[in-house]
Design a protein around this ligand. Sequence first.
Ligand code: MTE
Length: 331
Amino acid sequence: MLIKTQRDGFQLARADELTPQSVYEGRRDLLKLLATGAAGMSLAAWAGREAHAQAVRPNKLAPLPGGRSAVAGAVTMDKATTYADASSYNNFYEFGTDKADPAKNAHTLRTTPWTVEVEGLVKKPSRFSLEDLLRLSPMEERIYRLRCVEGWSMVIPWVGYSLNELIKKVEPLGSAKYVEFVTQADPKTMPFVGSRVLDWPYVEGLRMDEAMHPLTLLGFGMYGEVLPNQNGAPVRLVVPWKYGFKSAKTLVKIRFTERQPATAWNHAAASEYGFYSNVNPAVDHPRWSQATERRIGEDGLFAKKRKTLMFNGYEAQVGQLYAGMDLKKLF
Ligand code: MTE
């Protein structure tokens, strides 16, 4: 793109004004998917949506629309966080520990080609390309609250489908009790991999029934577009009733195990970050209370903190998974 200037006629546009080639390529691939109906929405609806997105935000990513989810609890009425906030205030330690670092640094992440290996205690161990995963099930829009362990929360319209759609395809064995999620750890494209802040790769885990719960989302997009790198492109987990760190970004491996997997944060500080990490206002973090939260975007001197809800407000949907458990011990 050329921009006319007064002095010498033309100059090259700044790099960040250009849509990267990978985005164009992604758009072309997604268009193909949409044309075959694989991404779950008609082209006409998609075109209307794109025009809207274009008016709201000029440098947008490739569209990834999904039909509204019918899963119970999948669409909160809370006002959505702005795209600008959701994509610029992130935890993604592979790109730095400051909240502003991922948006600044994650452009070095390479998301094509991408594969996710599924292995361990399953009948059908499989290797899925990103294209396979995009076609595996119709895309849905889920508007989830996400509560970070640090005391803030956001409301994000995600695009994806229930993780259980993938799990059913690989047919877990009866002995599979847990699922381990392994994420990308490439020091060449992720500048903080190798730092001592965590053991890499970033790993997370869920119990089998948690992984199978329809609210557990395999996410590919947000706000009707493919995920920006800083939010975990090209594929991540979103588990809305658990603290945000359980929602692992940039997934490369899913492993079914008999034993509870080790997780990155539990390994780093076991007394602070348990395996379950369910949002629970009655169980304090050893260094701070979890009773309230700050909703990103509701800032200012007089902004009231919100009361944190049990299971982040998803108790009706997930409470029964933990019936009879001592959630103070199994935090
Ligand atoms: N996944 C990876 N691979 N690396 C990370 O550092 N941070 C977690 C989680 N997933 C993290 C990660 C934390 S602490 C939070 S709060 C959420 O991602 C934030 O997701 P968001 O940036 O989309 O809000």
